[in-house]
Design a protein around this ligand. Structure first.
Ligand code: PLP
Length: 394
């Protein structure tokens, strides 16, 4: 088979979709190539990122946490400070502005925990676009506050009741809607996943995280980091912060996946621990699947990391050994959440806490003088109920 290498990250990626989706994907690719290089588009997006979302985000030295874990010098990239509380708004603003410039009036998006749905609904309200969010029936029950927020922002939230009634099915429904309405509609996909050109486009909207952090770190620490650490769900915050460092081979790139209740089938979401390559949602990448190719169930304390596939861009960095991946388990995340909140005065998202828990467990791998950049992808307000239910807090 002759491959169109433009659509791949090494051996991974591509666009394995039904014929019906080829026209909208090609149109999107053309649109993105035209508008993303246009000075007027860049100016509008920059204005939204700075004056609506709150960029550039701060870089904070985590001195007390570093001391408590006897670790290296840790610097936090503060994506938790962005509007709606996580990095996801970078991508939502980029894609929805692109859609608007392309003449679309209607946006569809999938959401699991509701964070991407919230970022998309917020962006649609700001840009005056009609917004439809697909969400699994189970997730709607688990994340009622985010559903209420999305409705308040004017979005229609549609319950998906096929299969497991969670994120995977919500993605299927969004693609189906898009295939039937693409003349008016854009599908705003929430991570560096899916068929080409989505992974590349999503990385392009998040690479600002790494570009800012590299500049800020030079100023604060006087050097580049020896390692960059990020949690990995689909891979958008990780690819965003890794991006400007990929060519610097002396900078270690470390992704932290959800080890859940341990690396046993159906109990975790660590694709590089128990997974193998296959196709899901239009992309060839590492997945959690059984020997018949059926997608496995996943589990993580953090909804944002609870997905069976990973970005094809990260599968490529993994195979080339340019990035290394570790899994941390739920109980390590809960311990680190407490310690980090108390020492740094920042309540981190459970997703981001995976990166911090890796630092706590593996502190000895680093020299005290090493500089480590950690992506604090989001804030933890949304997770307090999950933690209350675990009876950890009264
Ligand atoms: C959604 C989410 C993630 C996981 O998504 P990626 O695409 O892997 O970045 C991580 N952190 C937070 C705070 C999130 O909301």
């Amino acid at each position: 088979m002759k491959r169109n290498h433009r659509k791949y990250f090494g051996n991974f990626g591509g666009a394995f979709v039904p014929e019906l989706l080829m026209a909208p994907l090609n149109e999107l690719d053309e649109g993105r190539k035209y508008f993303l290089n246009l000075p007027s588009f860049k100016k509008q997006l920059q204005d939204l990122l700075e004056n609506f979302a709150g960029r550039p985000t701060s870089l904070t030295a985590a001195t007390s946490f570093s001391k408590a874990i006897k670790g290296p010098r840790i610097f936090l990239k503060r994506e938790d400070l962005l509007h709606t509380g996580a990095h996801k708004i970078n991508n939502a603003l980029g894609q929805c502005l692109l859609a608007k410039e392309m003449g679309k009036t209607r946006i569809v998006a999938e959401t699991g925990a509701g964070q991407h749905g919230l970022a998309t609904a917020t962006t649609c309200a700001k840009l005056g676009l009609e917004c439809h969010i697909y969400m699994g029936e189970v997730d709607i029950q688990r994340q009622l506050v985010n559903v209420q927020k999305m409705r308040l922002l004017g979005a229609s939230v549609h319950s998906v009741s096929s299969g497991d009634k969670t994120l995977k099915e919500a993605v299927n429904e969004s693609m189906r809607d898009w295939a039937h309405h693409y003349e008016t509609t854009h599908y705003c996909l929430g991570s560096a996943l899916g068929p080409y050109p989505y992974p590349q486009m999503v990385i392009d909207f998040h690479k600002i995280i790494g570009i800012e952090a590299k500049r800020q770190l030079k100023k604060m620490a006087g050097q580049d980091p020896s390692a960059v650490v990020a949690c990995v769900g689909g891979g958008s915050n990780a690819m965003g912060i890794f991006h400007p460092f990929i060519k610097d081979n002396q900078v270690a790139l470390i992704g932290v996946e959800a080890g859940g209740r341990g690396i046993k089938a159906n109990e975790h979401a660590a694709r590089f621990q128990g997974g193998s390559p296959g196709v899901l949602h239009g992309s060839y990448t590492y997945l959690l699947q059984d020997k018949w190719g059926q997608i496995q169930h996943t589990h993580s304390i953090s909804a944002g990391l609870d997905y069976p596939a990973i970005s094809p861009a990260l599968s490529d960095l993994y195979e080339k050994k340019r990035a290394h991946f570790f899994a941390v388990e739920d109980h390590e995340v809960i311990e680190t959440f407490d310690l980090f909140s108390k020492t740094e005065g920042i309540i981190p998202a459970l997703e981001s806490t995976h990166a911090l828990a890796y630092m706590k467990r593996e502190a000895k791998r680093f020299k005290k003088t090493d500089v480590v950049l950690v992506n604090l992808s989001g804030r933890g307000d949304k997770d307090l109920e999950t933690l209350f239910k675990l009876r950890k807090y009264v």
